[in-house]
Each structure stands twice: as structure tokens, then as C-alpha cells.
Ligand binder design. Sequence first.
Ligand code: DSN
Length: 424
Amino acid sequence: MQKLQTQDPDIYNLIQKEVARQSQGLEMIPSENHTSQAVLDALGSRLTDKYSEGYPGMRYYGGCEHADAVENLARDRAKELFGCSFANVQPHSGCPANIAVYVALLKPGDTLMGLKLFHGGHMTHGLKVNFSGVFFNSVQYGCNEEGFIDLDEMRRLAHEHKPKLIVTGGSAYARTYEWAKYKEIADEVGAFLLADMSHVAGLVAGGVHPSPIGIADVVTTTTHKTLRGPRGAMILANGNPSTPLQSVEHTKENIPTLIDRAIIPGIQGGPHNHQTAAIAVALKEAMQPEFKIYARQIVTNAKILADELMSRGYNLVTGGTETHLMLINLGNKDITGKQAESALGKAGITVNKNTVPHDPRKPFDPSGIRLGTPALTTRGMKEDEMKRIAGFIDRALGNIDNEDELTKIHIEVTEMCESFPLPN
Ligand code: DSN
């Protein structure tokens, strides 16, 4: 970063501050991770200079031979890693990936059904103020009183509203996604099934969460969460795209063609080639045996942390976790999610406030916090560190107004972090 340091010290210094913040604290937002230096190298490469609208072998620009090779490698690695025959690696991030699926399979006004954001879903799964709830008729299912996805409600609403697409997956659900059960419901009403596996993609790749490939009609995922790649996304399915000018019906067999056309010209322009290259690098990393060990350790760490917190009287939604994340309902501790996020931040522990299913409070100051272990596990933290971290969290939440104690915890957190550097 020598050039940046001399040419633009303002930005250089801010980047250095962010690196220090990350390395001296605990990143526990479950959708975050620390990428390898190899991923960062690809991301900071000259590939960013190149326009390559279209797909490999079918571009609207000259000079795309290397962009073609990069994208082919990314697609091939995605297909091999997840065991499918189609991959589109161009979505700039998770929201456009989901938009592309809706553009591919629905017409404006069609009915789609997804998990309520405030029960752990995602805004693109049909939130009324999101495009998915504005341009489509959105029906929302939720979680039961214990916090598990309510399959009875999903089935009842599906039969009542006959959605054309059922969206599954979410952003604050600590339990295994039951893809086969969702598919059963989708089939009963003739709906397409979309599995948004963004949160668990790394766990799927590592074999510690069931894969939706071969069950869902189409799968979307971001690449920067448990999968530990750069910000980006992919759309996966089975089948092959047809030739460019052939017109196709909206059928399951034509999903690859419909997806490719939805990305471009449907919703995006040029792909981000530097991002595609970095995704390819991350996919190669995820194909190594060490990644399986990493994925298993994420889940082990989450379970230990969850058990430690529950033994200290914390109320975890669903009573625990089977994945990389947990959702804590702080109602019984007389603390709000906002207060907890702020106090933990002062202690060097970054989490996010989050609604819990059936939350009586509002999203800007909800009852819960969401936390997870992917980034800590990347740094090599294991069971012993999870036990210490549970202690730090408990101390911080017991001292939300005690600035001295929070500072003291931050110092201890930083000392612990020194033994677990960010990847290089
Ligand atoms: N913002 C992501 C998350 O934090 O889970 C979802 O897109």
C-alpha cells in the first residue's frame, strides 16, 4: 500500500484504522469474515479496469480473453464445489442475486413468499418496503413461539396464496434449514423454490450443513460470509443455458437461461472482473481439505459459545444453535439490543442488534443481538477462546454503564487477539 500511503494519506490512514479495529477486537457479526491475502490481491488487481458485458465467449467488448478465462474458472470451481451444472458468478452482491431470480422467474405483481425479516429472514425475501414487496405480491411466513421456522404456517399460507415462488433461507436463523421440507410445500402448490443459502454457504461447502443443491430449483448465495470470499454473489442451478437468441418459456428446465438473461441485460451491466477473480480464489480455498476443518470448527465454536452463554442465564432463541450464529433475546436481562451492541462495542466485541421473532420492540432498538463465530474461527480461535469470550460478553452486559470496566475488558480482548492475527 506504499503508493496509497503517499498519494492519499487520508484514505490510507482510515484503512489502517479499520485494520487495527478488526485485529484488536472480536468481529462477531455472523455475516462477516476475514478474507485471505490472496483474495485481497485478486480484488486489488487490474481486472477492475476491464469492461466485459456478456458472458465468456459472448462479450460486447474486445480484449476479454483473460476476463473470459477468469470467469470460466470461477464458474467451474463453483459448480465443482457445490455439485451443480450451472453457475452465474456475476451478481454484484446478494440483493442483485435475488432480484435476478425474481426477474427471471416472476412477472411484476406475481406472488412470492418468504420468511419475515423480523423473524430472521431478509429484506429481499418480501419485506413490504423492499423492491421484493413493492413490485411483487409478498406473503410472509414466520417462526413459531420457540423461534423455529413454522412449517405449518408456511404450508397453510402457500395453499391459501398459491405463490409462484417460495423463498427460503435467512439472515438470523440459528437452526438447520430443512430444504427438503420446504421443497415438499413448494411442490404441493406448484411453486418454484429458491434457497438463499448466503449465511450457510461455507457450512454447506464444508459439509456441515445440508446442501440445497438438487432440492431447490435455484440457489443464491453471497460469497463473503461463511464462504470467506470477497463481497459478491452467485446463482446456482442445474441444467444448461440455451443459445443467446432463442426465446424460452418460464419453466424449470430453462432456469439457467432465464438467470443469465436476468443478470444481463436484465439488471446489471459489466461484471466486476476483479471480484470474479477473488471469488475464484476463495472457491479454490474452499475446495481444500482445511476448509472442511474450518467449517466444522465454526459450528463447534458456536455451540460452545451458545452453551456457555446459556449457562450464564442468556435466553437463546430456539434454545441454542446448529450453525454459525446465535440470536440472544435479552428481555430477561433487562437490556435492549441497542444498549448491548453499544456496550459490547466499547469492550471490543462487535455484534449487531437484532429483532427476535415476535419481538415487542422496534427494529432500531430491538430485544436481541445476533452474533456468530466465522471470523473468530478464521483467526484460529477454538473452544478455550469461546469460553473466555462468553465471560467477556457476560461481564460487558453486566456493566453496560460502567465505562471503566468496558475499557478494561477491551484491553483484555486486545491482549487475547494478539495471539490470533488476521490472515496474511
Ligand atoms: N446484511 C446481511 C447480514 O448481515 O446478514 C444480510 O444481507
